[in-house]
Design a binder for this molecule. Structure first.
Ligand code: PBG
Length: 312
Protein backbone atom coordinates (compact mmCIF):
# COMPACT_ATOMS: atom_id res chain seq x y z
CA UNK A 1 0.00 0.00 0.00
CA UNK A 2 2.85 2.39 0.86
CA UNK A 3 4.35 1.68 -2.55
CA UNK A 4 1.07 2.34 -4.32
CA UNK A 5 0.46 5.70 -2.70
CA UNK A 6 4.04 6.99 -2.61
CA UNK A 7 4.12 10.61 -3.72
CA UNK A 8 7.75 10.61 -4.80
CA UNK A 9 9.54 7.96 -6.81
CA UNK A 10 13.16 7.87 -7.86
CA UNK A 11 13.92 6.85 -11.43
CA UNK A 12 17.30 6.16 -13.08
CA UNK A 13 16.72 9.04 -15.53
CA UNK A 14 16.60 11.48 -12.61
CA UNK A 15 20.33 11.15 -12.18
CA UNK A 16 23.39 12.85 -13.58
CA UNK A 17 26.83 11.48 -12.69
CA UNK A 18 29.59 13.99 -11.90
CA UNK A 19 32.95 12.49 -12.93
CA UNK A 20 36.58 13.56 -12.69
CA UNK A 21 39.21 12.87 -15.32
CA UNK A 22 42.89 13.42 -14.58
CA UNK A 23 45.57 14.19 -17.06
CA UNK A 24 48.54 11.86 -17.42
CA UNK A 25 47.56 8.98 -15.14
CA UNK A 26 47.61 5.33 -16.18
CA UNK A 27 45.45 4.02 -13.30
CA UNK A 28 42.38 5.60 -11.69
CA UNK A 29 43.43 7.56 -8.58
CA UNK A 30 41.22 7.05 -5.50
CA UNK A 31 40.01 10.23 -3.77
CA UNK A 32 40.65 9.62 -0.05
CA UNK A 33 37.89 11.93 1.17
CA UNK A 34 35.33 10.37 -1.21
CA UNK A 35 35.56 6.58 -0.79
CA UNK A 36 34.37 4.91 -3.99
CA UNK A 37 35.03 7.95 -6.21
CA UNK A 38 38.17 8.22 -8.36
CA UNK A 39 40.00 10.57 -10.64
CA UNK A 40 39.55 8.67 -13.88
CA UNK A 41 42.04 7.94 -16.60
CA UNK A 42 40.73 8.66 -20.10
CA UNK A 43 39.99 4.96 -20.49
CA UNK A 44 38.29 4.41 -17.15
CA UNK A 45 36.15 7.50 -17.78
CA UNK A 46 34.89 6.01 -21.04
CA UNK A 47 33.95 2.87 -19.13
CA UNK A 48 32.23 4.83 -16.37
CA UNK A 49 30.19 6.70 -19.00
CA UNK A 50 29.06 3.46 -20.61
CA UNK A 51 28.18 1.95 -17.22
CA UNK A 52 26.11 5.03 -16.34
CA UNK A 53 24.31 4.81 -19.67
CA UNK A 54 23.62 1.09 -19.25
CA UNK A 55 22.22 1.73 -15.77
CA UNK A 56 19.78 4.28 -17.21
CA UNK A 57 21.44 7.44 -15.86
CA UNK A 58 20.54 10.37 -18.14
CA UNK A 59 23.69 12.48 -18.08
CA UNK A 60 27.32 12.80 -17.05
CA UNK A 61 29.01 16.03 -15.87
CA UNK A 62 32.75 16.12 -16.53
CA UNK A 63 35.43 17.86 -14.49
CA UNK A 64 39.00 18.02 -15.79
CA UNK A 65 42.02 17.70 -13.51
CA UNK A 66 45.16 18.99 -15.29
CA UNK A 67 48.78 18.39 -14.29
CA UNK A 68 49.91 20.90 -11.68
CA UNK A 69 52.48 22.03 -14.24
CA UNK A 70 49.61 22.75 -16.63
CA UNK A 71 48.03 25.36 -14.32
CA UNK A 72 48.56 29.09 -14.74
CA UNK A 73 46.97 32.36 -13.67
CA UNK A 74 44.62 32.47 -16.67
CA UNK A 75 43.59 28.81 -16.53
CA UNK A 76 44.83 28.35 -20.09
CA UNK A 77 44.34 24.57 -20.00
CA UNK A 78 40.61 25.21 -19.74
CA UNK A 79 40.49 26.73 -23.21
CA UNK A 80 43.14 24.61 -24.90
CA UNK A 81 41.37 22.32 -27.41
CA UNK A 82 43.82 19.62 -26.29
CA UNK A 83 43.28 20.31 -22.57
CA UNK A 84 42.22 17.32 -20.48
CA UNK A 85 38.55 18.31 -20.24
CA UNK A 86 38.19 18.82 -23.99
CA UNK A 87 39.97 15.57 -24.76
CA UNK A 88 37.68 13.76 -22.31
CA UNK A 89 34.56 15.33 -23.82
CA UNK A 90 35.58 14.00 -27.23
CA UNK A 91 36.33 10.56 -25.75
CA UNK A 92 32.99 10.29 -24.00
CA UNK A 93 30.97 11.61 -26.94
CA UNK A 94 32.60 9.08 -29.25
CA UNK A 95 31.61 6.37 -26.78
CA UNK A 96 28.00 7.35 -26.01
CA UNK A 97 26.93 9.56 -28.93
CA UNK A 98 23.61 11.16 -28.08
CA UNK A 99 22.43 8.38 -25.77
CA UNK A 100 23.88 9.97 -22.62
CA UNK A 101 23.76 13.74 -22.17
CA UNK A 102 27.36 14.91 -21.94
CA UNK A 103 27.85 17.98 -19.77
CA UNK A 104 30.96 19.96 -18.93
CA UNK A 105 31.83 22.03 -15.93
CA UNK A 106 32.47 25.53 -17.23
CA UNK A 107 34.76 27.09 -14.63
CA UNK A 108 38.40 28.05 -14.30
CA UNK A 109 39.16 26.79 -10.78
CA UNK A 110 40.51 23.42 -11.85
CA UNK A 111 42.92 25.13 -14.24
CA UNK A 112 44.19 28.18 -12.35
CA UNK A 113 47.33 28.04 -10.21
CA UNK A 114 45.62 30.25 -7.60
CA UNK A 115 42.53 28.02 -7.58
CA UNK A 116 39.93 30.75 -8.02
CA UNK A 117 37.01 30.38 -10.41
CA UNK A 118 38.12 33.44 -12.34
CA UNK A 119 41.15 35.47 -13.30
CA UNK A 120 42.56 38.01 -10.84
CA UNK A 121 43.10 41.75 -11.06
CA UNK A 122 46.26 43.61 -10.02
CA UNK A 123 45.19 43.50 -6.36
CA UNK A 124 44.59 39.75 -6.46
CA UNK A 125 40.80 40.01 -6.47
CA UNK A 126 38.66 37.99 -8.84
CA UNK A 127 37.96 40.17 -11.88
CA UNK A 128 34.36 39.47 -12.85
CA UNK A 129 34.34 40.96 -16.34
CA UNK A 130 37.76 39.72 -17.42
CA UNK A 131 36.60 36.25 -16.30
CA UNK A 132 33.51 36.47 -18.50
CA UNK A 133 35.75 36.72 -21.55
CA UNK A 134 37.51 33.52 -20.50
CA UNK A 135 34.13 31.78 -19.98
CA UNK A 136 32.98 32.80 -23.48
CA UNK A 137 36.02 31.12 -25.00
CA UNK A 138 35.61 28.09 -22.74
CA UNK A 139 32.00 27.64 -23.83
CA UNK A 140 33.00 27.60 -27.49
CA UNK A 141 35.88 25.18 -26.96
CA UNK A 142 33.69 22.83 -24.90
CA UNK A 143 30.93 22.94 -27.52
CA UNK A 144 33.49 22.12 -30.23
CA UNK A 145 34.70 19.21 -28.11
CA UNK A 146 31.19 17.75 -27.95
CA UNK A 147 29.39 19.03 -24.85
CA UNK A 148 25.61 18.80 -25.21
CA UNK A 149 25.23 20.99 -22.14
CA UNK A 150 27.61 23.42 -20.45
CA UNK A 151 27.40 24.06 -16.72
CA UNK A 152 28.81 27.46 -15.77
CA UNK A 153 29.68 27.05 -12.08
CA UNK A 154 31.97 30.02 -11.38
CA UNK A 155 29.21 32.36 -10.18
CA UNK A 156 30.38 35.46 -12.05
CA UNK A 157 27.67 38.04 -12.62
CA UNK A 158 26.45 37.94 -16.21
CA UNK A 159 27.97 34.53 -16.98
CA UNK A 160 24.84 32.99 -18.48
CA UNK A 161 24.28 35.81 -20.98
CA UNK A 162 27.91 35.80 -22.08
CA UNK A 163 27.99 32.02 -22.52
CA UNK A 164 24.73 32.04 -24.51
CA UNK A 165 26.04 34.74 -26.86
CA UNK A 166 29.36 32.95 -27.30
CA UNK A 167 27.61 29.70 -28.25
CA UNK A 168 25.18 31.43 -30.61
CA UNK A 169 28.05 33.27 -32.29
CA UNK A 170 29.55 29.98 -33.46
CA UNK A 171 26.18 28.62 -34.53
CA UNK A 172 25.74 26.38 -31.48
CA UNK A 173 22.19 27.30 -30.53
CA UNK A 174 21.77 23.57 -29.88
CA UNK A 175 24.08 23.56 -26.85
CA UNK A 176 22.08 24.06 -23.64
CA UNK A 177 23.04 25.83 -20.45
CA UNK A 178 22.57 24.26 -17.06
CA UNK A 179 23.01 27.31 -14.86
CA UNK A 180 24.47 26.95 -11.40
CA UNK A 181 21.93 29.53 -10.32
CA UNK A 182 22.05 29.24 -6.58
CA UNK A 183 25.48 28.14 -5.52
CA UNK A 184 26.29 28.75 -1.89
CA UNK A 185 29.71 29.32 -0.44
CA UNK A 186 29.72 25.99 1.38
CA UNK A 187 32.00 24.07 3.72
CA UNK A 188 30.56 20.90 2.19
CA UNK A 189 32.69 21.36 -0.96
CA UNK A 190 35.73 20.28 1.07
CA UNK A 191 36.23 16.79 -0.40
CA UNK A 192 35.78 18.13 -3.96
CA UNK A 193 38.81 20.34 -3.50
CA UNK A 194 40.86 17.15 -3.07
CA UNK A 195 39.04 15.55 -5.98
CA UNK A 196 40.21 18.23 -8.40
CA UNK A 197 43.56 18.89 -6.69
CA UNK A 198 42.47 22.49 -6.06
CA UNK A 199 45.17 25.08 -5.43
CA UNK A 200 42.77 27.45 -3.64
CA UNK A 201 43.95 29.50 -0.68
CA UNK A 202 41.17 31.41 1.05
CA UNK A 203 37.53 31.16 0.02
CA UNK A 204 35.01 32.02 -2.67
CA UNK A 205 32.83 34.33 -0.61
CA UNK A 206 33.08 37.24 -3.02
CA UNK A 207 31.33 35.28 -5.78
CA UNK A 208 29.42 32.39 -4.17
CA UNK A 209 26.32 33.08 -2.11
CA UNK A 210 25.82 33.52 1.59
CA UNK A 211 24.06 30.46 3.11
CA UNK A 212 21.90 32.88 5.09
CA UNK A 213 20.17 34.30 2.01
CA UNK A 214 17.19 33.13 0.00
CA UNK A 215 15.82 36.40 -1.40
CA UNK A 216 19.19 36.85 -3.05
CA UNK A 217 18.84 33.36 -4.52
CA UNK A 218 15.55 34.36 -6.15
CA UNK A 219 17.26 37.41 -7.66
CA UNK A 220 20.04 35.22 -9.10
CA UNK A 221 17.31 32.99 -10.52
CA UNK A 222 15.51 35.85 -12.28
CA UNK A 223 18.78 37.07 -13.79
CA UNK A 224 19.83 33.63 -15.04
CA UNK A 225 16.47 33.04 -16.70
CA UNK A 226 16.56 36.46 -18.34
CA UNK A 227 20.08 35.74 -19.61
CA UNK A 228 19.01 32.46 -21.23
CA UNK A 229 19.41 29.59 -18.77
CA UNK A 230 17.75 26.42 -20.10
CA UNK A 231 17.88 24.62 -16.74
CA UNK A 232 18.69 25.91 -13.28
CA UNK A 233 20.46 24.29 -10.37
CA UNK A 234 20.59 24.59 -6.60
CA UNK A 235 23.82 23.55 -4.90
CA UNK A 236 24.48 22.06 -2.36
CA UNK A 237 21.20 20.14 -2.17
CA UNK A 238 20.58 18.62 1.28
CA UNK A 239 21.16 21.69 3.49
CA UNK A 240 19.20 23.90 1.03
CA UNK A 241 15.93 22.01 0.43
CA UNK A 242 13.89 25.11 1.29
CA UNK A 243 15.72 27.07 -1.41
CA UNK A 244 15.20 24.22 -3.85
CA UNK A 245 11.46 24.15 -3.14
CA UNK A 246 11.20 27.92 -3.61
CA UNK A 247 13.08 27.78 -6.91
CA UNK A 248 11.04 24.82 -8.19
CA UNK A 249 7.80 26.66 -7.39
CA UNK A 250 8.94 29.80 -9.15
CA UNK A 251 10.05 28.51 -12.56
CA UNK A 252 8.85 26.62 -15.60
CA UNK A 253 12.27 25.32 -16.66
CA UNK A 254 13.79 22.05 -15.44
CA UNK A 255 15.33 22.29 -11.97
CA UNK A 256 18.38 20.31 -10.90
CA UNK A 257 20.09 19.91 -7.55
CA UNK A 258 23.70 18.92 -6.86
CA UNK A 259 24.24 16.56 -3.97
CA UNK A 260 27.83 17.58 -3.43
CA UNK A 261 31.00 15.93 -2.24
CA UNK A 262 30.51 16.68 1.48
CA UNK A 263 26.97 15.28 1.40
CA UNK A 264 28.40 12.13 -0.17
CA UNK A 265 31.35 11.80 2.20
CA UNK A 266 29.30 12.26 5.37
CA UNK A 267 27.10 9.28 4.57
CA UNK A 268 30.02 7.14 3.40
CA UNK A 269 32.03 7.99 6.53
CA UNK A 270 29.20 7.27 8.94
CA UNK A 271 28.49 4.00 7.12
CA UNK A 272 32.16 3.01 7.27
CA UNK A 273 31.99 3.40 11.05
CA UNK A 274 28.83 1.31 11.16
CA UNK A 275 26.80 4.24 12.44
CA UNK A 276 24.24 4.40 9.66
CA UNK A 277 22.53 2.10 7.15
CA UNK A 278 24.32 3.32 4.04
CA UNK A 279 21.92 2.18 1.32
CA UNK A 280 18.81 3.40 3.11
CA UNK A 281 20.43 6.73 3.97
CA UNK A 282 21.40 7.30 0.33
CA UNK A 283 17.89 6.62 -0.97
CA UNK A 284 16.33 8.77 1.76
CA UNK A 285 18.64 11.72 1.04
CA UNK A 286 17.89 11.48 -2.69
CA UNK A 287 14.15 11.09 -2.13
CA UNK A 288 14.20 14.26 -0.01
CA UNK A 289 15.94 16.19 -2.76
CA UNK A 290 13.43 15.03 -5.36
CA UNK A 291 10.47 15.66 -3.05
CA UNK A 292 11.69 19.23 -2.54
CA UNK A 293 11.39 19.81 -6.29
CA UNK A 294 14.49 18.61 -8.14
CA UNK A 295 13.75 17.01 -11.47
CA UNK A 296 17.36 15.97 -11.89
CA UNK A 297 19.97 15.22 -9.25
CA UNK A 298 23.71 15.28 -9.70
CA UNK A 299 25.06 12.63 -7.35
CA UNK A 300 28.25 10.58 -7.11
CA UNK A 301 25.97 7.58 -6.44
CA UNK A 302 24.14 8.01 -9.77
CA UNK A 303 25.16 4.72 -11.40
CA UNK A 304 24.84 2.65 -8.23
CA UNK A 305 21.40 3.98 -7.38
CA UNK A 306 20.17 3.69 -10.97
CA UNK A 307 21.20 0.01 -10.92
CA UNK A 308 19.42 -0.57 -7.63
CA UNK A 309 16.25 1.06 -8.92
CA UNK A 310 16.46 -0.95 -12.12
CA UNK A 311 16.36 -4.17 -10.08
CA UNK A 312 13.34 -3.16 -8.00
C1 PBG B 1 33.65 24.73 -9.26
C2 PBG B 1 32.88 23.61 -8.64
C3 PBG B 1 32.93 23.16 -7.32
C4 PBG B 1 32.06 22.06 -7.23
C5 PBG B 1 31.52 21.86 -8.50
N1 PBG B 1 32.01 22.85 -9.34
C6 PBG B 1 33.78 23.57 -6.19
C7 PBG B 1 33.69 24.89 -5.60
O1 PBG B 1 32.85 25.72 -5.94
O2 PBG B 1 34.53 25.13 -4.73
C8 PBG B 1 31.79 21.27 -5.99
C9 PBG B 1 31.17 19.93 -6.20
C10 PBG B 1 31.20 19.06 -5.00
O3 PBG B 1 31.61 19.49 -3.90
O4 PBG B 1 30.81 17.90 -5.15
N2 PBG B 1 34.19 24.34 -10.50
Amino acid sequence: MRRMVAETRLHPADFILPAFVREGVSEPVPIAAMPGVVQHTRDSLRKAAVEALEAGVSGIMLFGVPDDAGKDAQGTAGTDPDGILQVALRDVRSEVGDDLIVMSDLCLDEFTDHGHCGVLDAEGRVDNDATLERYAEMAQVQADAGAHVVGPSGMMDGQIGVVRDALDQIGREDVSILAYTVKYSSAFYGPFREAVGSSLQGDRKTYQQDPANVREAMRELALDLEEGADMVMVKPAGPYLDVLARVADAVDVPVAAYQISGEYSMIEAAAEKGWIDRDKAILEALTGIKRAGAQNILTYWATEVARTLGRQ
